[in-house]
Design a binder for this molecule. Structure first.
Ligand SMILES: [Zn+2]
Ligand SMILES: [Zn+2]
Length: 303
């Protein structure tokens, strides 16, 4: 074969493979959009924000599924697909159990391997990155220090994300009282605190509440790490929260626009994913959350 013939063959192969992947992506997008439409009736639209709520105090444009696709989101690759959990500080046995369960939930939620690193002591945080809240008296550590100086320098090569869990309260800098968690949309690092999630040792109900709050923050912050912006359309796990009552109001589940981003970015099969999440909720007594996932499965499977 002449060199021209080889070139023509190579070009044909490139065009053929582009054609295949384009039609595969189109088919997948079509299936995602159809599944989103089936789920919409289950989800409540976001009403007008109450005074003090996140959207009362922060102007945000939101991000539809279509806008998400256009932003070229961070996504797992074959070489970079493990989520690392970095415990930071002293944990009681029950708090440690909450962290282990949250790691299990994250693996089901994102369909990715989750590995827990060896503990780091709070002593890695220097005095200049600590404070006592001026009116509340809570000891706090600077969330941006954890991201920039604890996590980024030791980010494993195969990490799609590395998240520190801490028992200390967090604040993100001047002008802020505290944050539940903070994550970088592009740099694969995040941190969140279980300090404000209640005492899981008080009763089984307190344990479930602490677990649910931790699951919400963990999946919300990890959503940011896959380039998901705050949701402004529905009651959704990806809504911003300014205070505890607001975050307790928000569901664990994502709305159709946001769950579509997760399906897309992790190549998830929607029904299998909801089954994994429903099984976790059944095992750990999260009845309303389990019921919601099961209604979602019914909506996707109904004819
Ligand atoms: Zn957020
Ligand atoms: Zn949403």
């Amino acid at each position: 074969m002449s060199s021209n013939g080889l070139l023509a063959l190579a070009l044909t192969l490139v065009v053929a493979s582009l054609g295949r992947s384009a039609s595969g992506a189109d088919g997948r997008l079509k299936a995602i959009k159809a599944a989103m439409d089936r789920l919409r009736p289950l989800h409540a639209r976001l009403g007008k924000p109450k005074p003090g709520d996140w959207l009362d105090q922060h102007r945000e444009p939101g991000q539809t599924f279509r806008q998400y696709l256009a932003c070229k989101p961070v996504r797992p690759t074959p070489r970079r697909r493990t989520i690392y959990v970095q415990p930071l500080g002293a944990f009681s046995p029950t708090q440690r159990k909450i962290v282990a369960l949250t790691a299990d939930f994250m693996a089901r939620y994102f369909g990715l391997p989750v590995k827990t690193q060896k503990d780091l002591p709070l002593a890695v945080i220097p005095t200049r990155a600590r404070r006592v809240h001026p009116t509340w008296g809570d000891k706090q550590i600077l969330s941006t220090y954890v991201l920039d100086h604890v996590l980024k320098p030791s980010l494993p090569a195969d990490a799609v994300a590395c998240i520190a869990f801490t028992t200390s309260d967090l604040w993100p800098g001047r002008g802020w009282n505290f944050v539940f968690g903070q994550a970088s949309l592009r740099e694969r690092v995040g941190v969140w605190s279980i300090h404000r999630n209640g005492d899981p040792d008080r009763s089984p109900a307190h344990f479930r509440l602490c677990l649910l709050r931790t699951l919400k923050t963990a999946t919300h912050e990890l959503g940011h790490m896959f380039s998901m912006q705050h949701c402004t359309l529905y009651e959704c796990n990806m809504c911003g929260s300014n205070h505890r009552a607001e975050s307790d109001r928000r569901p664990l589940a994502c709305c159709p626009e946001c769950v579509a981003k997760l399906w897309w970015v992790t190549a998830a099969e929607p029904v299998a994913r909801y089954r994994r999440l429903a099984a976790f909720c059944k095992e750990h007594g999260l009845a309303p959350e389990r019921a919601f996932y099961e209604r979602s499965i019914q909506a996707l499977e109904s004819r």
